[in-house]
Design a protein around this ligand. Structure first.
Ligand SMILES: [Zn+2]
Length: 429
């Protein structure tokens, strides 16, 4: 049965948009998600710093003076979502309007697609903000290295332009663009998923390019790789030394190989249950190691397509605060059923699934607001689901200013239905 479409009711852009002058203070009062728990009748005090609203104090409202002038919110106040794995939505592809084609033409001397890609990312930033996002990590599938390099430069450009606009008080209705996530090409052929097999390379080759063209790759935040491919261990060491997240995925790694990689500083696993060996009771593999290893933060796509939601809840319970909900959404998300390209690979969306012609799944058709509702509907507690879509991914990226209601955090807040987890709206102070 295809998952039912869940459509949120949203009405505003993200909360930190404000026309108030710097230094102006406001407050919100209501039940709020703090440190993974729902605190009843909390007070959240906000101040405008630069062009953003920032949280300056949080805690039970009690008799604090600011409580009297606070705006009351019926429902749950939570930080906006942070998605570390997204390829697009609503027709906007992270690779830009002409996708991998324009990237490969550019390496043959055609005009640079960087401005078009940066523009597409800004449109995606606006779209995701409407779905409650505070921030996201644009993600690309395997591409030829020169194309990937150009794409990472375009992500960095979009991020820098947006940051400039934010400082000037513009870009208020956009989720924050973080660094780039490359999903390949140093992955295992046996677990390629929707990656083009002709583009898969050894980790040694990827590392050589990262080293030789360090400046071009400066916008990189996350690399999904298979630790068992040639040079996998060295690549992980290289990434860890540069504070780039090494995420194990599209991999046939054994339990031992995966455990060794996380023990050496890799810190994430890419979409648990997808593009890794299924959990076998005698061969626990990457999936079993991800569930077990205390240092692995683990992505899970809660769309009801990539993992049966009953199993998703079971995995989520095992992972606890290591769970990260991701969308893995494609440009086809939120669009009518269509034929489209995922990187260089033709794919089709129909009945809530996006797949290649041989049936291999290619990313999802829904964003995190929908994912939260689905996993809560399947029985996972709302506070834990929201934490998995906010604080845990922000912690993976070492971003204390995102994903939490805490002093110093950017106040990109959302208002959530406390029973269903559905997004009600973004909140302004
Ligand atoms: Zn993906």
């Amino acid at each position: 049965m295809p998952p039912q479409q869940v459509r949120p009711h949203y009405s505003e852009g993200m909360s930190s948009r404000t026309n108030r002058p710097a230094g102006a203070r406001t407050a919100l009062r209501g039940d709020a998600l703090m440190n993974g728990r729902i605190v009843p009748d909390a007070l959240i005090e906000l101040e405008v710093r630069g062009a953003e609203q920032v949280i300056i104090a949080v805690g039970p409202a009690g008799r604090r003076a600011a409580g009297a002038r606070a705006r009351r919110v019926d429902g749950l106040i939570a930080p906006g979502y942070v998605d570390v794995h997204i390829h697009g939505a609503a027709g906007h592809d992270t690779l830009g309007p002409r996708g991998s084609q324009a990237l490969s033409e550019a390496t043959r001397g055609a005009k640079s697609p960087e401005p078009d890609i940066a523009a597409a990312l800004r449109l995606l930033a606006r779209e995701t903000a409407r779905h409650g996002y505070a921030a996201f990590v644009p993600t690309a599938p395997s591409l030829p290295l020169p194309s990937l390099r150009t794409w990472v430069r375009a992500v960095a450009r979009a991020r820098d332009e947006q940051s400039h606009d934010r400082a000037a008080g513009r870009a208020r209705d956009e989720a924050i663009i973080l660094g780039a996530h490359i999903e390949g090409p140093a992955i295992a052929h046996a677990q390629k998923g929707a990656n083009d097999p002709t583009l898969i390379i050894d980790a040694t080759n990827l590392q050589a390019d990262l080293q030789n063209r360090e400046h071009d790759w400066a916008g990189l935040s996350i690399v999904t790789l298979a630790p068992e491919v040639r040079g996998g261990g060295e690549l992980i060491d290289y990434l860890v030394a540069r504070r780039i997240v090494a995420s194990l995925g599209h991999s046939a790694a054994s339990y031992e190989q995966a455990t060794a990689a996380w023990s050496h500083g890799a810190s994430s696993a890419t979409h648990l249950g997808t593009c890794m060996e299924p959990l076998d009771h005698r061969l626990p593999g990457l999936a079993g190691a991800a569930l077990a290893h205390p240092k692995a933060r683990v992505e899970m796509i809660a769309d009801g397509v990539h993992i049966d939601l009953r199993l998703a809840v079971l995995y989520a319970q095992l992972l606890g605060s290591r769970l990260m909900l991701v969308s893995d959404a494609l440009s086809a998300a939120g669009q009518p059923d269509s034929d489209f390209r995922f990187g260089s690979i033709p794919a089709r969306s129909a009945n809530g699934r996006a797949a290649m012609s041989d049936g291999t799944l290619a990313g999802s058709l829904s964003l995190l607001d929908t994912g939260i509702v689905r996993i809560v509907q399947a029985g996972y507690p709302l506070a834990a689901a929201l934490t998995a879509a906010t604080r845990t991914p922000a912690d993976l990226l070492r971003l204390p200013e995102l994903g939490r209601l805490a002093p110093g955090a950017i106040a990109r807040l959302i208002h959530v239905n406390p029973a269903t987890g559905a997004l009600v709206s973004a909140l302004r102070g």
